[in-house]
Design a protein around this ligand. Sequence first.
Ligand code: PXL
Length: 258
Amino acid sequence: MRVALTIAGSDSGGGAGVQADLKTFFRFGVYGTSALTLVTAQNTLGVQRVELLPPELVYQQIQSVAEDFPIHAAKTGALGSAAIVAAVAQGVERYGIHPLVVDPVMVAKGGDPLLAPEAVRALKERLFPLASLITPNRLEAEALLQRPIPTLREAEEAAMALLALGPKAVLLKGGHFAGAEAVDLLATPRGILAFRAPRIPTRNTHGTGCTLSAAIAALLALGKPLEEAVAGAKAYLTRALETAPGLGRGHGPLNHLA
Ligand code: PXL
């Protein structure tokens, strides 16, 4: 059995974070392990509280998993602080964890911060050079590049600029741009590929980013090439959105069984 590791935060509502990642790994038949970075008290309406775990405890969870399991792929989600980013980078380097998908989570769906502003620099300097892929949405890409990306037309150039920050590949997600299709751009040194899917009109979008990056990590753990992993993950996300169970009174979770 193939093994994946998620290094991310807990969402008590079960729609995002580590809970979404483990459900997604399971759906792809991949054994899921985890290193928790922070704990949220959260539901579909918002985040009521965030507590960061000690960086050295984050490192130790990575150590415990890596010293006993083969890790065929990993992903990172909410990391909280610059010190946690540094601990994660140290663990990834020490145990040669690869391939690594870095989802540069900055805020939760309702706008609550999951990464300190000063940690963005640590993310770029420490973690991006270790990443096989980073998966920013429009808002995260704008924060990383310190400039607006108003439309899909500017997105290609933005994806290439993000690639220059050091990751092996960039998936600039199109969910936050206008249009009938959700177009994600995959930038690699070989050029740009566009992945298109119909935009699903729904408010049940809690955990879409977590779920996509977890599905990519699962498919990489199964040995798929990057382009195939991205295409397969996007198809899964579309099905999970289409069949969302409609739980909660806010932004509801996806159907991870899709
Ligand atoms: O979707 C980003 C995200 C990541 N990690 C945790 C979250 C969220 C969004 O709510 O709660 C723990």
